[in-house]
Write a new protein. Structure first.
Length: 390
């Protein structure tokens, strides 16, 4: 017994001298595995987590208006090469009255009658011979006629008075100038109603005259511009014209009743032909001076650049052009407002409010990965801010 007890005691000592007990060993292994798994999770999280903020920027219109010199040989920063040409054209053009604004006036009704002679002798009738209708309306012959014996002849007549009273239906006419007995032998009848007791007179309005002036001026200017272009012998691609109406005459006054009228006009056109590429460069430089911090141009409308002649001196071949260029600016990708560090730790709602409230963006879309993430990572390199085209 004493020998076995001694042996057991020896085994326990040997076990404790060679290492920890098995349960403790298992516990250590599990803790180590958990730590490794946690570290792997952290590493995977850091490598995969991200937030992408898509921003549609607010657009702001920026315009630049300035003067630039147009000269034959530019020597200054605000000058472009240009050639000046001028010419005058004149023309008379006839315009047909539209009838708008016309007025209703009374005229003498007219028509055709058939003169009948049932006797054996001819009956001459002079112009203005009176014919009296059965309704008592008086008409007159337009010209002299002779009514043959036992025959008929057609003749045109007009009412003695103006107005609607002359517009009568088909009827029979007597000729008061003949003897009473002769009136039974020579008389007239009509087969159709008489018309034109009223008529609309075309009155020329001030608006119609103005429209005619504008039409003629546009035609003269177009022809003058073509004439000046033909005189050009270089490759200058920009052009602008100054128009001066030297004289204008009208054949009628406003309110005149007429079917047509004439407009006579003379115009002088001065053409400034300039280096458009050089002017666009100057205009862009001027436009960028109005660009604020944290902004960049989305579009610059060089095609719509407006150029007008401010002053021109033909003697010195020098002109001053007034230029207007418009661009649309958006928030720059490098703007402090889009710095990823601003959004660290924020929720989607907070990010959206931060960009919409000050007017930086018109819309914001925030995407997180993995799906369970609800806030912007605290690692700046895992945050991406991208601008979308408006």
């Amino acid at each position: 017994m004493a020998k076995r007890a001694a042996s057991t005691k020896h085994e326990r000592v040997a076990h404790t001298s060679h290492g920890v007990s098995l349960p403790l060993y298992r516990r250590i292994v599990l803790i180590f595995a958990a730590l490794v798994a946690a570290m792997l999770f952290v590493v995977l999280y850091v490598l995969t987590v991200r937030a992408t903020i898509l921003v549609t920027s607010v657009q702001k219109e920026i315009s630049s208006e300035f003067l630039v010199g147009a000269v034959l040989i530019p020597t200054r920063e605000q000058e472009v090469q240009a050639i000046i040409r001028s010419g005058s054209l004149g023309r008379t053009q006839t315009f047909i009255a539209s009838g708008e604004g016309g007025q209703l006036v009374e005229e003498k009704a007219n028509g055709t009658v058939t003169l009948q002679n049932i006797s054996s002798r001819v009956q001459p009738l002079v112009a203005t011979t009176r014919l009296l209708s059965a309704e008592g309306v008086l008409f007159r012959l337009d010209r002299s006629v002779t009514v043959p014996a036992n025959g008929t002849v057609k003749a045109s007549v007009h009412a003695d008075q103006v107005g609607l009273s002359g517009e009568i239906a088909p009827t029979r006419f007597t000729i008061p100038g003949l003897a009473q007995s002769r009136q039974a032998e020579v008389y007239a009848t009509s087969a159709e109603a008489f018309t034109d007791g009223t008529a609309t007179k075309k009155a020329i309005s001030e608006q119609e005259i103005l429209s005619a002036k504008n039409t003629l001026q546009a035609a003269l200017v177009s022809d003058a511009e073509s004439m000046l272009r033909e005189q050009l012998e270089n490759d200058l691609t920009g052009e602008v014209f100054s128009i001066e109406v030297e004289s204008v005459d009208l054949s009628v006054e406003p309110g005149t009743s007429t079917d047509s009228f004439d407009v006579t006009m003379s115009v002088k056109v001065i053409g400034v032909f300039y280096d458009r590429a050089a002017l666009e460069t100057i205009a862009k430089r001027q436009l960028y001076q109005g660009l604020g911090d944290g902004q960049d141009f989305f579009t610059i409308d060089t095609q719509g650049m407006k150029v007008d002649v401010d002053r021109v001196d033909e003697a010195t071949s020098h002109a001053t052009l007034r230029v207007v260029l418009v661009g649309r600016a958006i928030t720059s990708q490098t703007s402090d407002a889009l710095d990823p560090a601003r959004f660290i730790g924020m929720s989607q709602k907070e990010v959206t409010f931060l960009l919409l409230d000050p007017g930086v963006a018109t819309s914001v879309d925030v995407n997180f990965f993995p799906f369970w993430v609800r806030h912007v990572p605290r690692l700046v390199d895992r945050v991406s801010v991208k601008l979308q085209a408006p």
